[in-house]
Design a protein. Sequence first.
Length: 227
Amino acid sequence: MNEELDQSQIQRAGCRRAVLIAIAGLLILCLLVVAVSYFSNQGLPDRGEALDRLPPLDKARLAEALHLKSSLGDAVWPGLGAADIPILLWNQDYAFLTCFEKTCFQKQPDGWEQVLGDNFKGRVYYRQPAGDTTNFAVRVGETWVASIGTKLEADLFVREMIQDQLPPPINQIFPYRVLIQPSEVQISAVLHEAFHVYQAEGAPARFEDAERAYPDGNLYWAADEAM
């Protein structure tokens, strides 16, 4: 009888020890994940110094976007592939005006300076200090251009938006790296904004109507809560 009790106590002690080891292992694993996430966050790209010209990777993404537009644009919408649409890429410090397919700007636009010592696909491009930037179709003089932030700006926007909503120290260990989108997302975003330019040029009256209606979008909720 005593031997059976001793055996039962040994089994219970073994179970408790196994549970404690499992809990300790999970705690160590959690601490390891937190540490990895924290140190991974320290290596995330940041704005750093002002970028006064387009980095090679941004040029490569833009080149691929223009290639896709010219080769597949007509399959998406008739005439889109051949449309001469300038692209405006911006970061926190500068906006860069690019026009590579034809000669959409006959001269240097007012308020813009040529980026000296650099080019893209053998053509000059221009810059000016970043002002009221946006992702949409905008005008430079009388010309519609597709405006969009660089991929770094998009990644930083998402990261900072979430970081501002999280309390410390959670905002230091959240795995922001999983939020970084691949280059294909940026490339498709350039094409998205380029299509807005195509809309503005192809149906200007409807485009202007949509622009006037946009500020009243919140009124729909007041008109019909089910929406």
